[in-house]
Design a protein. Structure first.
Length: 318
């Protein structure tokens, strides 16, 4: 089968939506689609109502609700920001508050270990040789104590003074360079300590959003099933499942005979399931051709599942 991945051009576009709906309509029996199904339905109202239900559900959990409210104040805001998560079969992961905390503590330990490796030089250059030795020693001990604590407290002011650049700015260049190399990660950690509470709140909100999106998807799916509705994501999922099912080989044979040549414009906005559909029909089949036209720099449909990695896989397969 000839395959060509062409940069953006003027060739006529083959609309995914139209071809998928036509295939499912014409091959309803083989694809397992109920005959009473309303295809390409506008389910935006169902989606908004499902999000509203979830907002009402978490309103009794005040901390959770306020966490989500910081990210999206209304169900409409939620859909504007996280709408892609409420579609069919998204692959979703997020950093959890526990991971933020773990990463912060791990960075503290790395900084502590590095400082202890340079302890001799730090003591000699910044404590032992100074007039205010007792004060410097107390600052150093405060720094070490903070780095060993598994908490999210900010760096103490006396520890922050100890690692300030003016403490070693007049040292010889080689010593100054080594001390700077030791203390720069600690300074960065001290700066991050001022933001870690916000990171924890955001991670908590994102975790709630991912969990909520699962609940919302279930409610949307139930409503669509009850009302025999199928939107575009559902059409794609149904055809993908049909091609992967028991009747898949027969459906592939029919489609490759009915549509021996396919041309997909704006291919950079194709998601992995859509590409898998075309790949199933046209891969290694005689007397067929599949042409893909796209430019990854113009990818705009990430919110609808468009995936530049699908484009790159197609490019490598071509």
């Amino acid at each position: 089968m000839p395959r060509r991945l062409v940069q953006q051009g003027t060739l006529q576009r083959l609309a995914h939506r139209g071809i998928v709906a036509r295939v499912l309509t014409q091959q309803a029996f083989i694809s397992g689609l109920p005959f009473e199904m309303v295809m390409e339905a506008d389910i935006s109202d169902l989606r908004v109502e499902a999000v509203r239900d979830w907002y009402r559900q978490i309103k009794g959990r005040v901390d959770d609700y306020l966490n989500v409210y910081e990210q999206a104040k209304t169900p409409e805001d939620f859909l504007s920001t996280y709408g892609a998560l409420t579609g069919e079969c998204p692959v979703v992961s997020c950093v959890t508050p526990a991971q933020v905390e773990h990463n912060f503590f791990a960075e503290k330990k790395r900084c502590y270990d590095a400082v202890m490796l340079g302890e001799g030089e730090i003591w000699e250059q910044l404590v032992e040789s100074k007039k205010g030795k007792q004060e410097r020693e107390a600052e150093f001990q405060s720094l070490l104590a903070w780095l060993q604590q598994e908490d999210l407290s900010p760096i103490p002011s006396d520890a922050s003074k100890f690692i300030h650049g003016n403490r070693y700015s007049r040292k010889p260049a080689d010593i100054k360079s080594r001390l700077k190399q030791l203390f720069e990660p600690v300074k960065a950690l001290g700066k991050r300590a001022r933001e870690v509470d916000r990171e924890m709140r955001e991670a908590g909100a994102h975790q709630l959003v991912v969990e909520g999106a699962g609940v919302i998807r279930e409610r949307i799916a139930e409503a669509k099933q009850q009302q025999s509705l199928m939107d575009f994501d559902g059409l794609v999922e149904q055809l993908h499942a049909s091609l992967s099912g028991d009747n898949g080989p027969e459906l592939v044979r029919i489609l490759s005979a009915q549509y021996p040549v396919a041309l997909v414009d704006e291919f950079q906005d194709t998601d992995p399931r859509q590409y898998a559909i075309f790949d199933s029909v046209y891969n290694d089949r005689e007397a067929t051709a599949f042409y893909m036209i796209g430019d990854p720099k113009q990818a705009v449909y990430a919110f609808r599942g468009g995936d530049v990695f699908a484009y790159l896989k197609a490019r490598d397969d071509a």
